[in-house]
Design a protein around this ligand. Structure first.
Ligand code: NIG
Ligand code: FE
Length: 442
């Protein structure tokens, strides 16, 4: 099946096929083509280029245009749409009406499989309790674990799919989803099976992350090391046996899991060949970055609290520093020092952290806007942080995250907007006109 998007005002986010992430100053650029077209075949980008009446011809003409040289476009889009008898009659034409076409967002850090919500804690938060104080009173992650325990797998899938559809409609084309509200062997497996079902049934690209070490389960209160043993010796083997996780995660932070716990869990995960992605330095400088890098983590996430030591640990590591500005916004905690990381030559990714406790939103456009407004990234840096670098942080930058021939056609078409900057600047204006996943319009 072939789809041709024409009348593209600006095609943004073009990258060569060998680029997997953008580091430091490379993040300053977003390559664009004005007045463009893009061709999709069987869900994959097969060609794109500048639309030109001189160079782009209708099928009868043997000359072609574009990178792949396979595109045939008639000279007037209007007649094309009204010419079903043409040689391209089997193609679907999408008129971008002068808008931007850009890669769909990749959201490399979410917890969108959860039961119910935590709106009661929202009141506590407004009344002045901190995230740690709410957790210490038995709320927080344990509250979500109680709710999840009482929720059937079917119901959990239904509730989670509502959020999956919501983020898709807001332009997210790939999502990493963590477990971590189970905290017992059976409930962690229940969550991961729901994530697998989402992967199988939704058009969005999904990667699953086993986060058994999100908090110590209630039954293990005061026995943290025994809970870590449960994660290592009972949960991980079952997760690996059923092939339920692409990644393993640990909340390595003050009041949660220690560097030693994390080291133990990641060593065990390595025996099963499962790559880590770590929660670190949200509440305190935790050592989580260093232990993550030591174990070859694909990303270390949060980083609201960091020092020069973290920057040095990440240099040359292949580990993506990922910041979650929606969490900083919601909890009122500091934003990660994204600019400092970029100035140090490191890459930065920005993800939503969509979860019921610290970031109840999966709107990646808002994340991109916070990247600019609160972290002082340029629109180009923030765009790259939400697309190619998050694709890297979830291990999909070979197939997603940019406009590249051979990558999946997961795309956003906007209304005509004056610039890339307008997208985060006018962040509540509904500019997303269409979302295309696997070449198919939602
Ligand atoms: O990434 N920080 C740890 N985990 C989540 C919050 C989970 C929750 O509060 O439910 C986060 O912010
Ligand atoms: Fe998180």
């Amino acid at each position: 099946m072939k789809t041709i998007i024409y009348n593209i005002g600006t095609l943004a986010g073009i990258l060569p096929s060998d680029v997997r992430k953008l580091d430091g100053a490379e993040m300053n650029q977003v390559e664009c083509i004005e007045n463009a077209y893009l061709v999709i075949e069987d869900g994959v980008i097969t060609d794109f280029g500048e639309y030109s009446a001189d160079r782009c011809h209708f099928p009868n003409d043997s000359s072609t245009c574009g990178q792949g040289g396979s595109t045939v476009l008639e000279t007037t889009p209007d007649s094309r749409t009204h010419n079903p008898e043409s040689e391209e009659a089997d193609a679907t034409y999408i008129d971008a009406k002068g808008g931007y076409v850009m890669p769909a967002f990749c959201d490399s850090h979410t917890h969108i499989v959860y039961a119910g919500c935590r709106d009661g804690e929202f009141r506590d938060k407004i009344a002045g309790l901190s995230y740690e104080e709410i957790a210490a009173r038995g709320g927080g992650i344990l509250n979500s674990a109680d709710l999840l325990h009482e929720t059937s797998e079917e119901e959990l899938y239904g509730q989670s799919m509502v959020r999956v559809l919501e983020i898709m409609s807001m332009g997210t084309g790939a999502v990493e989803i963590k477990s971590g509200y189970g905290l017992t062997v059976e409930d962690e497996l229940k969550m991961l099976r729901v994530i697998r079902r989402i992967k199988e049934t939704a058009p969005i690209t999904v990667r699953a992350n086993f986060l058994g070490a999100h908090a110590v389960g209630r039954a293990y209160k005061g026995r943290q090391s025994e809970y870590v043993d449960l994660v290592c010796n009972e949960m991980l083997p079952r997760v690996a046996e059923e092939g339920l996780a692409d990644f393993v995660d640990v909340f390595c932070d003050e009041g949660f899991f220690t560097v030693e716990d994390t080291d133990k869990i990641l060593s065990k995960a390595a025996e099963y060949g499962i790559t880590p992605k770590i929660h670190a330095n949200e509440l305190e400088v935790s050592g989580g970055v260093q232990v993550g890098v030591k174990h070859g983590a694909l990303s270390v996430d949060h980083l609201e609290k960091t020092t020069d030591a973290e920057i040095e640990a990440l240099r040359g590591s292949g580990t993506m520093p990922t910041m979650l500005p929606g969490c900083s916004f919601f909890l009122g905690i500091p934003y990660g020092n994204a600019k400092g990381y970029i100035e140090a030559g490191l890459p930065v990714a920005l993800a939503s952290d969509y979860n019921p406790g610290s970031s109840p939103s999966g709107n990646m456009r808002f994340v991109m806007a916070l990247g600019c407004i609160r972290m002082r990234l340029t629109p180009e840096q923030s765009f790259n942080a939400c697309t190619i670098n998050t694709a890297y942080a979830m291990g999909v930058s070979d197939i997603l995250g940019s406009i590249t021939v051979g990558k999946k056609a997961n795309l956003i078409i906007t209304k005509p907007v004056p610039s890339l900057a307008f997208i985060p600047y006018s962040h509540q204006t509904p500019v997303i006109e269409q979302v295309i996943l696997n070449g198919i319009s939602l």
